[in-house]
Ligand binder design. Sequence first.
Ligand code: ADP
Length: 261
Amino acid sequence: MIVIGVDIGSVATKGVLINDDQRYYLMAPTGWSPRQGARDIIKGLMANCSINRAETDMIMATGYGRVSCEEADKTVTEISCQARGISALYPAARTIIDIGGQDSKVIKISKAGKVSDFAMNDKCAAGTGRFLQVMATALGMDVSELEEEEDPEQTIGINSMCTVFAETEIISLLAKGKSKGGIIAGLHQSVARRVTTMARRLKAEQDIIFTGGVAINSGIKRAIMEELQTPVTVPEECQFTGALGAALLAAENLMKDKNST
Ligand code: ADP
């Protein structure tokens, strides 16, 4: 069985192709056209595996751009995909904290790997990857450099809740000669506080898995663990867990169809 899961995010489009037991991963910036971004990832995965569309049994799309994916046989929400992907990788997982480019969410999952509750912030850029991208630009850095530069011992609390005001606050702190590493640690704390407020409201239980592109930043993981006072695991493929879940759900759909005929 050959299936593809494609997660069309606001920043990056991620794809996972499953060919029996083998998994192949591919990611690229979504760009201005989610439709084209998804097409490129699907074509790229097929080319890498030397297979064609006729040999692919199902394509499942998820993510904010899923409705624009013309190649998809079916679509499914990111919440269901994250739950499916994480329960496959970590059967003991009970809570997922996911921070992407333009939203953050906390998902609780049952022993059976089903979604039991969730909370989401998609109204405000604060607490998302977008917030970190804006702040990195204000600091003259790339978002990938933040983790190495942070200095948690010198954490400077960021008071502004809004991305625009927080940017002004950063510029003002830099002008006052405050430690750059301390400011970055404060930004990490600010993102962590936003998402852990949701996690507490949902009574997050262990094991807690942290996913999304923002999970690449070990400073955010550290700050979340500090806020929750509990260990948090980041999967190696943290940005691909939604696409993986979509591919696994595609395979399950096919099995169900097969069994019912
Ligand atoms: P979306 O699904 O909305 O496209 P992702 O889950 O792919 O979002 O995450 C994108 C975010 O991940 C970016 O906004 C950025 O903040 C963060 N990110 C991506 N790559 C890195 C990196 N190498 N280091 C730190 N953060 C990163």
